[in-house]
Write a protein that binds this ligand. Sequence first.
Ligand code: 5GP
Ligand code: MN
Length: 332
Amino acid sequence: MELKNSMNIILDEILKGKKNVALGGHVRPDGDCVGSCMGLYHYLREQYPDITADVYLEEVPEAYSIIKDTDEVKTQIDDSAVYDLFICLDCGDAQRLGFSRTLFEHAKETLCIDHHVSNDAFADHNYIVPDASSTSELIYRMIDKEKISLACAEALYMGIVHDTGVFQYSCTSPETMEAAAELMRKGINGSEIIDKTYYEKSYIQNQILGRALLESMLIMDKQCIVSVIRQKSMKFFQAKPSDLEGIVSQLRQTKGVEVAIFLHETAPHQFKVSLRSKGRVNVSEIAQFFGGGGHVRAAGVTMEGSSHDVINNITARIALQLKHDEEQDEKQ
Ligand code: 5GP
Ligand code: MN
């Protein structure tokens, strides 16, 4: 099958004749993943009552439960289920679907809606816009603005808020702000969504953030900052992996650094690596080199080895990019 990314995906046409549809997002779902899945879920249920829609995601972090019906999300699959359509959201490759990948593979037709630059258009229909702030913004672009309900608007707004760092990151475009404005007009409580799902931290989350900041180190002539959280610290603070969200962004705020590297030990000699850049370094390229993916300024990958090995391997790739960047500067 020819792999193709189309800018003219018409949801209505793809849904024609479908009786059941599954929605799935990436492992360790973040705000945009949950927001885009729930936003589209509400829209489908409201506008296509003849279609049965199910959302499949790993456990949704507690803070996102202010979005309506997150308790209906399915965290397990029936292996024999065959959906007419599987819609893959905010997910750069099929492997990142985790447990719902089987449903994707068994589905009669597949659609992928995403904004990861590393996405290679792996579904039957693909709507991939790497410039877009978020998958939630892409859902907003695809659906009928008149028919957006309050529940749908709240979910999409949350997704946009999270992937733009509350409209701060460079992925925030005039279109993003227009989408947010239109969603506000649906009557959402934007301040509450921002506060409860983005800024509010549990005591445990703040404790582990403090630990990560305290133990962080500046490396590569202060161009990079790195921090590691090990399993024993997770146990000590009784923290869940989702409690680590936001740590790498905080590290990136450090004045003078180009790249923040955050390692979370997921098993002995295995680390979930989060990378954030201020713009000079393309961290998606580095994550992809080691088998992961993401965006130019935010990417991730799982790597094996000691923390020193992992950091050395990553910093070598960062050094290459910075050297190349300096050579380009000298030529100009
Ligand atoms: P985070 O560091 O917050 O986990 O992820 C940053 C970005 O990179 C997100 O857009 C996320 O989807 C993507 N990402 C994180 N880990 C992986 C990975 O292992 N593989 C791929 N393909 N993308 C990842
Ligand atoms: Mn996203």
